[in-house]
Every structure is written in C-alpha cells, then in structure tokens.
Design a protein around this ligand. Structure first.
Ligand code: ZN
Length: 214
C-alpha cells in the first residue's frame, strides 16, 4: 500500500508542476517574446550588420606595418607546422610498442616516487617528490651531517617527510637542487638507454594489477 501511496503522491506532484508550469508559460511566453527575444534578435542582427560593414570596408596602412604582420603570421605558421611535424615524428619514433615518450612521467628512484611534466617541446619539467606508498607530496627539510669521507666539515642532506604516513621516507645526500638534478639526469639516462620503455611497461602492469609501482 505504501508503495502505491508514494506513487500516487508522485503523480499529484507531477500534475501540479505541469499545471503551474503551463500557467507560467502561458503568461510568460508572450511577455518574454515581446520584451526579450525580439529586441535581442534585433540587436544581434544590427551587430552582425555592423560587423559585416566593418569587414567589407577598407583601410589604408603603410607597407612597413603590413610587412610586420606578414612576417609575424609566417613565423606563427612555421611554428605550428613544426609543432605538428614534431608530434608526428615523435609518435613514429616513440611507439614501436605503442608507447609514447610522454607516457613516462613517474619513476621510483632512491626510495622516492618522482613525478614530472613535459614542456611544449618535450623537456622534463617540475620534478616533484611523492611518497612511494600513498603518493602524498613529500615535505623537504634541509639538514647537514659530518662529511663521511673527510670527517671535517658538513655535507648537505635533504630529508623527505610524508605528512600522510607520518614517516621520514628518505634522507638523500645533497641539497634539493642537487637531488633534482640527479633525478633529472636519471630520467635522461633512461631515455637515452631506451630503458624507459621497460619502466613504463612495468608501471602499466603494476597499475593494471593494482599493485604499488616498480
Ligand atoms: Zn605517505
């Protein structure tokens, strides 16, 4: 019984909405037509006519300014053409197994999961340290410890802390800049040796098995 009562209520609400909606439409549509739609249509028409007039009118410019425009357009066109050519050749070069260079955007290295972006021209940018367990962005703390080789003076250490796991994830030799350079060089090494494809394949397998990434 409760179900049919509910259904009945729904029907009544639907009918009420329909009646109110029809009444509102009845009163509002003529008003809307006269005071909004027709003036807007007229305004759009006038605007279009003005644009047409503007575009078909002519203007006198000196040749030097025209040449600047021509050269700039040529530069932009060449850039666009070069971009598409690069994309096409990159696709050819990078996908013997259907992999693209830009599929490689994360790497576990020295106990940390690093991620990065690529610039328009394919350079590695914005290397960021993530927790290898929970992927939270790690906090960095600069520290120093006695130089293990000379036992004189201090050597830079960077501590990577995960605020999500509440654990120090790594203590790496060097300051943040030196470590970022190291990671960047490792990424380039993987590219140059061709090992990046194997790394990406392992990451894809791990992701499909829902395991932590290699
Ligand atoms: Zn974590």
């Amino acid at each position: 019984m409760a179900e049919t009562e509910k259904a009945g209520k729904k029907i009544w609400i639907g009918v009420a909405i329909l009646v109110i909606g029809t009444a509102l439409t009845w009163y509002f549509v003529p008003w809307l037509w006269a005071s909004v739609l027709i003036p807007s249509a007229k305004a759009v028409g006038r605007f279009g006519a003005a644009i047409g007039q503007h575009l078909t009118s002519s203007v006198t410019v000196s040749w030097w300014s025209l040449w600047i425009l021509i050269v700039l357009s040529a530069v932009v066109l060449l850039q666009v053409a070069a971009f598409f050519r690069r994309q096409m050749t990159a696709a050819d070069r990078d996908s013997p197994q259907g992999l693209h260079r830009e599929d490689f955007r994360t790497l576990n290295y020295e106990g940390i999961r690093w991620i990065w972006k690529y610039s328009f021209s394919g350079e590695v940018l914005d290397i960021v340290a993530l927790c290898p367990v929970c992927s939270y962005q790690l906090d960095l703390k600069h520290d120093a410890r006695p130089n293990p080789h000379t036992m004189i003076g201090l050597t830079d250490v960077t501590i990577y802390w995960c605020d999500h796991c509440n654990v120090v994830k790594a203590q790496l030799d060097g300051n943040q800049k030196a470590i970022t350079v190291r990671v960047h060089k490792e990424v380039l090494r993987l590219f140059n040796s061709g090992e990046w494809e194997e790394v990406v394949r392992q990451q894809m397998t791990a992701r499909s098995q829902n395991n932590p990434q290699p």
